[in-house]
Design a protein around this ligand. Structure first.
Ligand SMILES: Nc1ncnc2c1ncn2[C@@H]1O[C@H](COP(=O)(O)OP(=O)(O)OP(=O)(O)O)[C@@H](O)[C@H]1O
Ligand SMILES: [Mg+2]
Length: 1564
């Protein structure tokens, strides 16, 4: 009961388990009750999809409890894991369920320990592209999703690392995808070397990145398929032979690259019977149908080929075509493949001829003669053509088909065959020839592809073998073929089991785990039964060699020999069947045909006939030493000897030998296993037939390995991982993270009582099967408890808060109400108060008003009364006053009158008295006045008159005196005048006498003169006449000349036109002209020498002196760095070249200066100056020419400006000027311009090509970013300069010659070269930068976690056992590198559009690399990771914004959307809609991939299969299935060349020792 209890602890209510089902294999059930009654226990399960519950009852003491109890189901988090060994409950239904779940999510690959299980998708999947190969390259298995390429990669790396050969064994039943898988693996190997070189040029290997050998190796596939594959009911392209191809790799010691160098193929057991017979709906080998469809008309006639339905050998299946396969196209592919492996077209046609012959052989009609013997018509057309094609005689051929020759001891007897035997004989010839042809092809392939191992050192060559061999087969009728196949599988399975077992054991030993030997189904006895000395095969061979041997006797022998053998069963009823208990299944074989098939012979006569064929090819085929014959006997089985009676080996023994050899090979290599599984019979995409898969899983040994591993300790955790996941199962007092081993032990001890359930190794802790689920259960429970606790507290907190809130709210309401009431009361009081106050004032007002009225009326009355009284008094007063006034006036009047009268009287008296006195005085005075005054007046007048008269008298006297004086002077003057007159008079008289004498002579002279004058006038007259005449003449002449001029003008214009038309022709002569110019220049030089011979001598002397001194100086340094600086000789030569002309030039210049200063004095100064200038010009030209013609100039440019140039490095303090960066381009450009000017086109061309070569030499090494960037910038600048020169030249030449000049052509060529250089520089540098950035992309963007609160485990998922080596790059490192690149671009003035392109491309690379990695990365997609990635991207985007490259950020958009996708909810269809909306840049395949990769963290539910299915549906409808982003380089978009306004040669650094260039630049 205890045992039952122990078992049943797992089956408590709610536990999920698997219940057997006939259709589905297993269905899920949940325990609903678990009842113990007495000795038995009953479990009741509710079963999904069934109405009835399922129950099991277990009794005490029952032996096979385990078998009765339904197997347990894993927790959801373990479902869909990519390695079956990670399953905690590891049982058949779990394996099936897991595989099925993954297949439904379109994940066709799953690991099961070392094995890769591959389910055939029956649909093209986007997971075999070159990008995916690249993604898997260099990755460890387990780092990414399971894939064929991961296995291939592992094999490849193992081979490199351990220098050991590898083999990949691909097996599975027909149509499971073995051949496809093998082809993908081969393709991977063909490009693996390419993948190892990141960004190596042509990324698309499909488009020709492969070497010839690699292509040839791949070409073996179509050949082998054409001749060895056929359509069967199970597979349209079924391989009817087994194949082991050793792909040979050679390590080139110098480059370290490992490349495919050849291949060696071995084939096993081609199905010959197919050639002569095909079951319904099946076909013969493809090649025949290809030949029938694709044979060109001419050959068709020669081979007598028509349509397939004309041939008996092709039409038996009734099917001539395969859907979606075009035989014509396939025929071409086959032909191309044959050519690729080096089979000439002639030979190809020889092969096809044999094929055609076989078809005709099939059509040879065997008739029955009257006596029952077989006979063939000699006129049979088919016989004729077949014989012709085989080069044999038809008569002979038909004879030996219907006759047999038996060799008795002394004689030979020829007997006739029956019709049936003749047909067998005919068919066996065909089969024999076809098998020879097939072997010959394999031989040819090996001959042409296998490396000659003697040519290479042994350890530089290694191989990876890929075995594509039929899997275990069992049909209703199983024949000899199935027997062989199953025998092979038995052997392979044994090897596989041993391998798995050994690996297990190795791990246990390494971890020092106590471990008892696990029993596994060893099938050695079964193998022994087949291949031992007295085994089935030996009996078969023995029987085959007996002339009387038959199938019946053979089966009897088997019965007697193996009756008691544990692996042999004799069916109860059948007489000709026997059953072998194979490891996978019991298979019953029908003995019919064993002997015949094993013998597989053709009669000696027919063989002879063929060996003596006229056709060389047939002779070659038939004399082929059969490859199997020289297979050595297996070394491990010394007892076995290839017995070769009659020199013919039986098929069985050949097969056995080759199989043993194969096993030896496999044993000597490290093996990798791929098990292909065919998920449904109907070949429908993503349909899953559980029973079928289950039987294949059994047959391929996957379940067996699982059983082996379950018998031990299948669950293994490193201590660290274990602690990290399960620390929470124990109390925190036990936590001891610094010693994980101790801590793990503690956990285990506390939780597991049964010590057998675990073992502690060196680095890992091992658990029995189911323990993981147990831990998971505990963990889930613990987490549940924790969750409950957290929930409890959270709820308490919430309710507490809610209570507080309610309380606060109530208080608040109360408060508000109270306030309201108080407010109302207060208002009332206030209103009362207010009304009283109003009343108060109103009353006061009224009272005051009445009082005032009363007062007023009182006052009014008072005033009236008082007024009246006052007025009365006033009247009285007035009356009194008036009386007084009257009195006053009257009294005054009276007094006044009195006074006035008195005064008048007084005055009258006074005046009368005064008048009397006055009259008396007056009369007296009057008398006195009349006497005295009159006399006085007269006196005064007289006196005045006297005075006046005396004055005028004095004046008259003075005047008289003056007149007298004047008269005196006048008289003296008259005297003088009289004397003078006398003198003159005498003189006059003398002169008149003289005059009369001279007059006659003068008259004569005058007459003479007059005569002369007359003469002269005459001559003048004459001359005038002459003049007139000549003027007239001249006028005439002028007129004529004008006419001539006019005429001339006309002519000129005509000529001008003519010249214009001829100008074009003149262009052609420009080279001549340039040549002549040069000649002229040299002549001038000579002339100059002749003229200034003395100067020259002097110069020469001086030059010698100087050059020797120079050479002395140089001599010292040159010894040291001869390679850098031109040698002494060249330097001297250089100096010689330029020295003299420059000297002359400077002298001429000086002279001209002197002349200028003296100019005012000299009359011919201007003329002189002009000539001097011309001279200077010509001398400068001459100098330039000299320099340009000198080869040292090129040397100097190459050495000084390119090879040994110190590139100005940017520093933080000082900005480098544009001219300091671009000077080499400008200087070189200037030199080119000068060469162009002087017409030195040839030199221009050599200079440019040397410059380009030198730049390539320096810059294409890409060791230093500064150098690369500097030359990138300069190359572009140089292109611009050359373009500028070209435009000028073009416009100049066009205006002159109206056509392209030679110079222009040369410049265009140079531009092209520069263009190429620029492109190479760009791509080369980009490649280098990309290499550096690509390494950083994943660690910095995907792996680096900047947000501390959302750290996910380094390796993502819980189940990922492999730790990838971590590069510690952070996003800051990445940004630092980007900033550095950006800075270099700016500092070196790289053209903006180029710089922008470079940065954009780099960012695109980052985005794409990171995206492609994320989408392939296993268990990496968690929401936390999404956040981290988004954060990293945001930093990158910020950087883009800062550097003004918004388009860069666009390249990150896809990754950003992927990061968002990870963070979004994924539980309902609505969520999926949202995801599709938000992630609009991702295609449905990518979204689906992310969803299926999504790894739920604790408490998140896995994305449900239904949702994934709905997404899959979209993928089909959208038809866009590229998973990875395009890694190819974006094409370099070259910016258009701009014109350089000014060629700036000023930036030449001072240290540059460039003598000639400096001279050249100085000359204008
Ligand atoms: N990985 C795959 N992706 C897509 N289709 C596949 C894949 N593997 C197999 N198939 C499909 O299945 C078919 C059968 O595959 P294949 O010829 O490789 O089977 P096989 O195992 O070699 O069978 P046989 O033993 O008959 O040769 C292929 O023609 C192809 O259509
Ligand atoms: Mg195949």
């Amino acid at each position: 009961m205890e045992a039952i209890d122990k078992q049943l602890t797992f089956y408590n209510e709610g536990t999920r388990a698997w219940i057997q089902d006939d259709v589905e294999g297993f269905v899920s059930g949940t325990v609903v009750s678990n009842q113990v009654a007495g000795d038995s226990c009953t479990l009741v399960f509710e079963v999904e999809g069934r109405d009835e519950p399922f129950s099991v009852t277990i009794k005490k003491g029952e032996a096979n409890i385990n078998e009765k109890l339904p197997p347990l189901r894993n927790p959801p988090v373990l479902e869909g894991v990519d390695d079956l060994t990670l399953l905690s409950h590891l049982n058949e239904p779990e394996v099936l369920h897991n595989v099925r779940l993954r297949y439904s999510q379109e994940q066709i690959y799953t690991y099961s320990g070392i094995v890769l299980i591959a389910l055939n998708p029956f649909q093209r999947l986007p997971i075999y592209t070159h990008d995916i190969m690249r993604a898997y390259s260099g990755k460890r298995r387990g780092e990414l999703e399971p894939h064929l390429f991961a296995v291939a990669e592992e094999a490849y790396r193992n081979m490199l690392r351990e220098k050991k050969n590898q083999s990949i064994i691909v097996s599975g039943e027909s149509g499971a995808g073995k051949t496809q898988s093998a082809k993908y693996i081969m393709r991977y190997f063909a490009s693996v070397d390419e993948l190892d070189q990141p960004f190596d040029g042509d990324a698309d290997i499909d488009a020709g990145g492969m070497s010839e050998v690699e292509e040839a190796v791949l070409a073996t596939n179509p050949i082998m398929e054409a001749f060895g594959n056929a359509k069967t009911t199970r597979n349209d392209n079924s391989s009817r032979f087994g194949k082991y191809i050793e792909i040979q790799f050679h390590k080139d010691e110098t480059t370290g690259r490992v490349k495919i160098c050849g291949a060696k193929t071995r084939t096993y057991l081609l199905e010959r019977s197919r050639l002569v017979f095909q079951p319904k709906t099946e076909r013969n080998y493809h090649i025949f149908y290809q030949l029938c469809s694709g044979c060109p008309a001419a050959e068709r006639k020669e081979l007598g080929i028509t349509t397939f339905d004309q041939y008996y050998y092709l039409k038996q299946g009734g099917e001539g075509t395969i859907p979606n396969v075009d035989d014509v196209e396939e025929f071409e592919i086959t032909q191309r493949a044959l050519s690729a492996i080096g089979i000439s077209v002639n030979l190809q046609w020889a092969i096809f001829k044999v094929c055609a012959a076989l078809l005709h052989i099939g059509n040879i009609e065997v008739k029955e003669s009257r006596n029952g013997d077989a006979q063939i018509n000699s006129s049979d057309e088919a016989l004729e053509i077949a014989s012709r094609l085989l080069g044999i005689k038809p008569m002979e051929f038909s004879k030996w088909m219907v006759k047999k020759q038996i060799h008795a001891r002394t004689e030979t007897i020829v007997t006739n065959l029956k019709k049936y035997d003749a047909v067998v004989s005919r068919d066996s010839v065909a089969k024999f020839i076809y098998s020879l042809l097939f072997d010959w092809l394999v031989k040819m392939i090996n001959k042409n592809l296998a490396v000659d191992e003697t040519k290479y050192s042994a350890d530089s060559i290694s191989f990876i073998g890929v075995l594509d061999i039929y899997g275990f087969e069992h049909f209703k009728n199983n024949s000899f073929e199935q027997f062989c196949i199953n025998y092979a599988n038995e052997k392979l399975q044994q090897e596989f089991n041993r391998h798995v077992f050994k690996l297990e054991q190795d791990e246990y030993v390494a971890e020092k785990i106590e471990w008892s030997f696990i029993d596994f189904n060893d099938n050695q006895p079964c193998i022994d039964m087949i291949e031992n000395r007295l085994g089935i095969l030996s009996l078969l061979d023995e029987e085959s060699r007996l002339p009387s041997g038959s199938d019946e006797s053979l089966v009897q022998k088997l019965y007697t020999n193996f009756e008691k053998h544990q692996f042999f069963k004799k069916p109860r009823f059948a007489r000709s069947d026997f059953t072998i208990a194979h490891y996978a299944l019991d298979v019953t074989y029908q003995i019919d045909g064993f002997i015949e098939k094993n013998k597989d012979t053709v009669s000696d006569e027919l063989l002879n006939l063929l060996q003596n064929s006229e056709s060389e090819f047939i002779r070659e085929l038939t004399t082929l030493p059969k490859p199997k014959e020289d297979t050595p006997p297996p070394p491990t089985r010394p007892g076995f000897k290839a017995k070769s009676k009659n020199n013919k080996n039986t098929l069985g023994s050949i097969f056995k030998a080759s199989l043993i050899e194969l096993m030896n090979t496999i044993r000597s290599t490290d093996s990798h296993y791929i098990r292909c599984i065919k998920p449904n019979q109907a070949k429908v995409a993503f349909e899953f037939e559980p029973q079928m898969v289950l039987s294949q899983l059994r047959a391929c040994g996957v379940l067996e390995t699982i059983r082996i591993s379950c018998a031990g300790y299948p669950t293994r955790w490193t201590f660290q991982e274990f602690v990290e996941r399960y620390y929470l199962l124990v109390n925190s007092q036990h936590w001891k993270f610094d010693d994980p081993r101790e801590f793990s032990l503690n956990i285990v001890k506390l939780l597991i009582s049964d010590k057998d359930k675990y073992q502690v190794g060196e680095t890992k802790i091992f658990f029995r099967a189911g323990m993981l689920a147990y831990f998971e259960k505990l963990r889930t429970e613990r987490l549940r408890q924790c969750v409950v606790l957290v929930q409890k507290n959270a709820r308490r907190f919430i309710y507490h808060r809610r209570y507080n809130e309610t309380k606060e709210a109530a208080l608040f309401v109360q408060n508000a109400i109270r306030r309201k009431v108080a407010e109302l009361k207060c208002r009332e009081i206030r209103e009362t108060q207010a009304s009283i106050t109003i009343q108060k004032y109103a009353r006061g007002y009224i009272a005051r008003k009445t009082y005032l009225q009363q007062r007023e009326s009182a006052i009014a009355i008072q005033s009236q009364i008082r007024g009246y009284i006052a007025r009365k008094q006033l009247q009285q007063l007035r009356r009194d006053n008036a009386a007084i006034k009257i009195q006053k006036v009257f009294r005054g009047q009276r007094e006044r009158h009195k006074y006035q009268d008195a005064r008048k009287n007084i005055i009258f008296v006074q005046s009368c008295i005064r008048r009397i006195f006055a009259q008396k005085t007056y009369t007296q005075l009057k008398i006195e006045a009349k006497s005295i005054t009159h006399i006085k007046k007269l006196n005064y007048q007289l006196e005045n008159k006297v005075f006046e008269l005396s004055q005028s008298l004095a004046q008259k006297e003075n005047e008289t005196k003056e007149y007298a004086q004047k008269i005196e002077t006048m008289e003296s003057q008259i005297k003088i005048w009289k004397e003078k007159f006398d003198r003159l008079d005498t003189r006059y008289k003398d002169s008149t006498e003289q005059a009369s004498e001279g007059n006659a002579e003068q008259l004569r002279e005058i007459s003479e003169l007059k005569e002369a004058k007359a003469n002269l006038e005459a001559t003048v007259e004459k001359l005038k006449a002459d003049n007139k005449k000549s003027i007239a003449e001249r006028d005439e002449r002028i007129a004529e000349l004008e006419r001539q001029l006019e005429k001339q003008r006309e002519e000129n214009s005509n000529q001008l036109n003519e010249i214009n038309t001829r100008r074009g022709q003149a262009d052609d002569n420009s080279a001549q002209v340039a040549q002549m110019k040069r000649e002229i220049a040299s002549l001038k030089d000579q002339l100059q020498k002749a003229i200034s011979g003395k100067d020259y001598l002097y110069d020469a002397d001086e030059r010698v002196g100087r050059s020797t001194s120079v050479s002395r100086v140089r001599g010292r340094s040159s010894n040291r760095n001869r390679s850098r600086i031109p040698s002494v000789d060249t330097r001297t030569a250089m100096l010689n070249v330029v020295d003299r002309p420059i000297r002359q030039l400077s002298r001429v210049r000086n002279e001209s200066v002197e002349v200028k200063t003296e100019a005012p004095a000299a009359t011919d100064a201007p003329v002189n100056e002009q000539t001097k200038e011309q001279e200077t010009q010509s001398l400068e030209d001459e100098c330039s020419l000299k320099i340009l013609e000198d080869e040292s100039l090129e040397q100097e440019i190459i050495d000084g400006l390119i090879m040994n140039l110190k590139i100005p490095l940017p520093n933080s303090t000082q900005k480098i000027e544009r001219k300091d960066i671009l000077f080499p381009a400008h200087i070189i450009g200037t030199c080119m311009l000068k060469l162009m000017k002087h017409g030195l086109l040839a030199r221009l061309q050599t200079l440019s090509s040397k410059v380009i070569a030198a730049i390539q030499n320096v810059a294409l090494r890409f060791e230093d970013d500064y150098i690369s960037c500097f030359w990138l910038s300069n190359t572009y600048e140089l292109s611009c300069v050359v373009e500028t020169i070209r435009t000028k030249e073009a416009s100049r030449s066009r205006s002159r010659y109206r056509m392209e000049s030679d110079g222009n052509k040369v410049l265009i060529k140079i531009l092209n070269d520069l263009d190429n250089l620029l492109v190479r520089l760009y791509y080369g540098w980009m490649k280098e930068l990309k290499k550096r950035l690509a390494v950083m992309a994943v660690p910095a963007i995907i792996e680096y976690q900047a947000l501390p609160s959302f750290i996910c485990k380094k390796n993502g998922g819980l189940w990922n056992k492999i730790k990838a080596p971590q590069n510690q790059y952070t996003i800051d490192h990445l940004l630092f590198l980007l900033s550095k690149i950006s800075k270099v671009l700016i500092c070196f003035y790289v053209e903006e559009s180029i710089a922008r392109q470079i940065l954009c491309e780099l960012i695109r690379l980052l985005g794409v690399t990171a995206f492609n990695h994320l989408i392939m990365r296993k268990n990496f997609c968690t929401w936390k990771r999404g956040m981290q990635i988004q954060y990293n991207l945001s930093k990158l985007e910020e950087w883009c914004d800062e550097h003004q490259i918004p388009e860069g950020a666009l390249h990150l958009e896809r990754l950003l959307q992927a990061a968002k996708l990870l963070q979004l909810n994924k539980s309902s269809p609505r969520d999926i809609e949202i995801i599709f909306d938000i992630c609009f840049l991702l295609n449905p395949s990518q979204i689906k991939k992310f969803l299926s990769l999504y790894y739920p963290v604790d408490f998140e539910n896995p994305v449900s299969p239904e949702l994934l299915k709905s997404v899959s549906f979209r993928t089909i409808s959208e038809n866009n299935d590229t998973l990875l982003l395009d890694m190819d380089d974006v094409e370099f978009d070259k910016p258009p060349l701009r014109t350089v306004d000014k060629i700036d040669t000023s930036g030449m650094p001072a240290w540059a020792d460039l003598f000639l260039i400096k001279c050249l630049l100085e000359l204008n």
